[in-house]
Ligand binder design. Structure first.
Ligand SMILES: O=C(O)CCC(=O)C(=O)O
Ligand SMILES: [Fe+2]
Length: 197
């Protein structure tokens, strides 16, 4: 049973070897945030592929090209499992212990109906807050799992990740947060900017 309609967590979506490889590929590439362009104001490090979204201007600034080859096996699995139409945006977020993300709904006018997020290196608790009732539901995102948000989970809830170093679920499970890298796959449905090529 789904706790929230439209919310699915697919466990073991990638193998431990794939996890190492995916993070290694990112660490060989340029991170932005913490003062570094193109999103210097962000307090966590990020990378973007496919399109460039500006947090400051709240819009897609540029088309960057196809998603990188290192995510092809993940994209193939997303298609095989019918989780989403082909994503054309990959946002990599890095959370060191003590870093989180404030409650938000990914812009419905910019991003498509399926938002996917692959958790790497560390599990975390994602809190879903119903925008009408304010009721919150904590969902465990295990390491190497793929979160899929559609329907109510995508549109009627905000999602957030706390800054807590240790998180406790209602069943008493505790999670000690270490560096977490997440891959958020989305479909850009509104792009008004200039093409790079
Ligand atoms: O880190 C995650 O799993 C979620 C990231 C997120 O919600 C976002 O970038 O919009
Ligand atoms: Fe989000």
């Amino acid at each position: 049973m789904q706790i929230i309609p439209g919310l699915t967590v697919v466990e073991d979506f990638v193998s431990p070897e794939e996890e190492t490889h995916l993070v290694q590929c990112c660490d060989e590439r340029q991170w932005s945030g913490l003062g570094i362009s193109p999103n210097p104001e962000l307090k966590r490090r990020t990378q973007q592929y496919g399109h460039l979204f500006s947090y400051q201007y709240r819009k897609v600034l540029q088309e960057l090209g196809p998603l990188p080859d290192f995510v092809t096996p993940v994209l193939d699995r997303i298609a095989d499992q019918n989780l989403s139409p082909p994503p054309n945006h990959l946002l990599v977020n890095e959370y060191e212990p003590g870093q989180g993300i404030m409650p938000h709904t990914d812009a419905p006018s910019i991003f498509g109906p399926a938002i996917l997020s692959l958790s790497l290196l560390s599990a975390c608790v994602m809190t879903f807050t119903n925008v009408e009732t304010g009721r919150t539901i904590d969902v465990l995102l295990p390491r190497r799992s793929m979160l899929v948000m559609t329907e109510e989970a995508r549109y009627n809830y905000k999602h957030s990740i706390s800054k807590d170093l240790i998180e406790t679920l209602s069943d008493g499970t505790t999670i000690e947060r270490s560096r977490r890298v997440s891959f958020t796959f989305r479909q850009i449905i509104l792009f008004t900017g200039e093409c790079s090529k």
